[in-house]
Write a protein that binds this ligand. Structure first.
Ligand code: F6P
Length: 342
């Protein structure tokens, strides 16, 4: 291949720049032109495409965000049609593309591949909900932000005898909450994958405060978590461009319920986009580099329809077909750790 494209789409995640840098530098070394596609798929249609130069990717491995910028796009929703995108890629004489993104992006990548356009995916999402890979780029940094929040909030929770709730991102999976809950010793970990009722939460807090005589509690709740009775309903707000509900706010709802039912002082800290914009931790930078390096090899070697993935300590390829449209949920054994050691 003489010219390939690289695109970042969906929510940004720490380590994305490390991915772009790796693809570009492999291109420089191999004499392959790497075209940066800016502003995701919509940018492609607006010809926001240009060759990446060495200076573009210098000094970015440690930076959050993405130099290519990102966006959510519904381009591929329209009847699952990839022809518009393929026409735009052909117009720029791009022979293959590396798609750095999460669920929606890899689903789009799969459509492109099925339509005959060479494409390789790199898993990038703080949610860590892509199937086919043990971990995705950005997750470790997001979990670190959440763990540090738990560590720091413990002081003020104790000082004011409060129930301190931390709300994490993650959409329909609770990976960030579980990881940070284990690392930060949260007293309660609430995620979409595990049922709970408001009464069961209040019982556990009551026991901790009245029987075990603790004056504060730390609760971590994933943004997509909902009680069985649906009193806390994170999906009642506005929708994004793909008609998915925008999440956020469940922690505040929970704080109000705890105050109402138990009379304890409760406060919520929503971590929100702070989880996406921290400087990538070492693990994310290295993972980004390994996955993108492998993705380049796959594309340059004439492969398509695959996503570079982490399996144990190894990088391998999984068919995008197995990844597209699926959500990797927190497993029971992992959640059990949060229950026991949180
Ligand atoms: O998928 C990553 C993510 O950060 C989710 O955890 C969150 O629900 C969503 O993106 C927020 O999306 P947006 O950037 O469109 O507000």
């Amino acid at each position: 291949m003489k010219r390939i494209g690289v695109i970042t789409s969906g929510g940004d995640a720490p380590g994305t720049n490390a991915c772009v840098r790796t693809v570009a530098r492999r291109g420089f070394a191999a004499g392959v032109e790497v075209m940066g596609i800016f502003d995701s798929w919509d940018g492609l249609l607006k010809d926001e495409v240009r060759k990446l130069e060495r200076h573009d990717v210098a000094g970015i491995v440690q930076r959050a965000g993405t130099i290519l910028r990102s966006a959510r796009s519904n381009l591929f929703l329209k009847d699952g049609d990839a022809s518009v995108a393929i026409a735009a890629l052909n117009k720029h004489q791009i022979e293959g593309v590396i798609v750095i993104g999460g669920n929606g992006s890899q689903t789009a990548a799969n459509l492109l591949a099925k339509s005959g356009f060479p494409v390789i995916g790199v898993p990038k999402t703080i949610d860590n909900d892509l199937v086919g890979t043990d971990f995705s780029v950005g997750f470790f940094t997001a979990a670190e932000v959440a763990t540090q929040a738990l560590d720091n909030l413990r002081a003020t929770a104790e000082a004011h005898s409060r129930v301190m709730i931390v709300e994490t991102m993650g959409r329909d999976s609770g990976w960030i909450a579980v990881e940070a809950g284990i690392a930060g010793g949260a007293d309660l970990v609430l995620i979409p994958e595990h049922e709970f009722t408001l009464d069961s939460i209040c019982d556990r807090l009551h026991t901790r405060h009245e029987v075990h005589k603790r004056n504060y509690s730390i609760v971590i709740i994933a943004e997509g978590a909902m009680d069985v009775q649906k009193k806390l309903d994170p999906r009642r707000g506005t929708k994004d461009v793909n008609a998915r509900p925008r999440l956020g706010g469940v922690g505040t709802m929970l704080a109000l319920e705890i105050e109402r039912k138990l009379g304890y002082n409760a406060r919520c800290t929503t971590l929100g986009y702070l989880q996406r914009c921290a400087a990538p931790v070492t693990t994310d930078r290295v993972l980004a580099t390994r996955l993108s390096d492998y993705a380049f090899d796959l594309l340059a070697g004439g492969k398509s329809g695959l996503m570079a993935s982490l399996a144990g300590r190894d990088i391998e390829a999984v068919p995008l077909e197995q990844v597209a449209g699926k959500t990797k949920l927190v497993t029971d054994d992992y959640f059990r750790l949060a229950e026991i050691f949180g």
